[in-house]
Design a protein around this ligand. Structure first.
Ligand SMILES: *Cc1c(COP(=O)(O)O)cnc(C)c1O
Length: 374
């Protein structure tokens, strides 16, 4: 699905030198590279505070811990997503409230969100799925009207910009009260291990999160709150500093690949190409097609036999997962998410796709659509 080797080879000298420098410095934890990356990411996102941490799941957990939510408080997110969001809500003893997504963008449905709000609702976690922002303008309005926190999960959309009706733009993750991201290797801004970060413009929240990621400790060995141990290490930060400089060019490479795919598939009766939201750029973490009239797993196998990876993100919505089995929800409750989980397929998407590869992938997808017709 991704070609991290070719991407590395293009920046190898710079990366190797930066990694060796950190090793020689022996400042492996909280070294100057971490601070420098933090500042550079703050500038890039135009956000006041970046708090680096160990991974995207921790970022979500620390964000929710900082809001001081109590067991039983409700946090709203979507059922068609990666598990991390729901997982941390459950781990903290909070109550996940699931809502459906929009059929075109796969992002949270603002109308469904409104209906899910109760007296116990404390926060909303919109997930900017596959590289495109959720409708943040309506979400922020709803949140304001009901006095709710908004935590953006921008693990798949770092670098995307949201356009507001007054003509201003903001980067994904810099719109809500808190933004969370992941630097997992395959993400749009990926390091060579695990990493994550939390963003906010709120000084008090930033301070609280810096304390939480460091064992709830402000003064060494004095612990004022229960925290966690969640750090971005210096080697990863050094790598991320280099890759951040390429992030916009990487997004453009992904967009070019997506446009090529679009041209090949837009007229196929069994394929629906990804929607482009009018208020968000799309940084194509995934290129996800909706299929019709085809055995989708058959198509996946057909492509695999030709050594073309294809993945189903996500085959089972959260309300139908064993771990999150809940008497409040049953099959049929979220028809859009359920239909998507039965019809979507994602094609290889990364920064190194050349025309020859794209041509080869498209030809085989079209052939597979015929071979796997139902
Ligand atoms: C990858 C991802 C995460 C979790 O990030 P990790 O760094 O793997 O913990 C959270 N949410 C979404 C939407 C993701 O895609």
């Amino acid at each position: 699905m991704v070609d991290l080797k070719c991407q590395y080879e293009k920046i190898q000298e710079e990366i190797d030198a930066a990694v060796i420098d950190v090793i020689r410095s022996t400042q492996y934890i909280n070294g100057p590279e971490v601070k420098a990356f933090q500042k550079e990411l703050e500038n890039y996102l135009d956000v006041k505070h970046v708090v680096p941490c160990a991974n995207g799941t921790d970022a979500l957990q620390v964000a929710m811990m900082a809001l001081d939510l109590k067991p039983g408080d409700e946090v709203i997110t979507t059922t068609f997503t990666f598990v991390a969001t729901v997982e941390v809500i459950a781990l903290l003893g909070l109550t996940p409230v699931l809502v459906d997504v929009l059929p075109d963008t796969f992002n949270i449905d603002p109308e469904a969100l409104k209906k899910a709000i109760t007296r116990k609702t404390k926060a909303i976690v919109p997930v900017h799925l596959f590289g495109q922002c959720a409708e943040m303008e309506s979400i922020m309005e709803i949140a304001k009207a009901h006095d709710l926190y908004v935590i953006e999960d921008t693990a798949q959309a770092i670098g995307a910009s949201h356009l507001f009706t007054d003509g201003t733009t903001k980067k994904a993750g810099a719109i809500g009260h808190i933004g969370c991201t992941s630097f997992f290797p395959s993400k749009n801004l990926g390091c060579y291990g695990d990493g994550g970060a939390i963003f906010t413009n709120d000084d008090a929240l930033a301070q609280r999160m810096r304390v939480i990621v460091n064992h709830g400790m402000e003064t060494r060995y004095y612990h004022d709150s229960v925290g966690v141990n969640s750090r971005l290490d210096s080697i990863q930060a050094a790598i991320l500093r280099i890759k951040l400089r390429h992030l916009d060019a990487y997004a453009e490479a992904r967009q070019n690949a997506a446009n090529y795919y679009d041209q090949q598939f837009k007229d196929h009766p069994g394929l629906e190409i990804p929607d482009r939201s009018p208020f968000s750029t799309h940084v194509f973490h995934q290129y996800t097609l909706k299929t019709k009239g085809v055995d989708r797993f058959g198509l996946q196998t057909f492509l695999a036999e030709k050594e073309i990876p294809a993945m189903v993100y996500y085959p089972v919505p959260m309300h139908m997962q064993k771990a999150y089995d809940d008497p409040r929800y049953k099959k049929g409750d979220f028809p859009v998410s359920e239909a998507l989980s039965e019809s979507v397929i994602s094609l290889p998407m990364h920064t190194e796709l050349d025309e020859e590869q794209l041509k080869h992938i498209c030809a085989n997808v079209l052939e597979g659509m015929e071979a796997c017709k139902v």
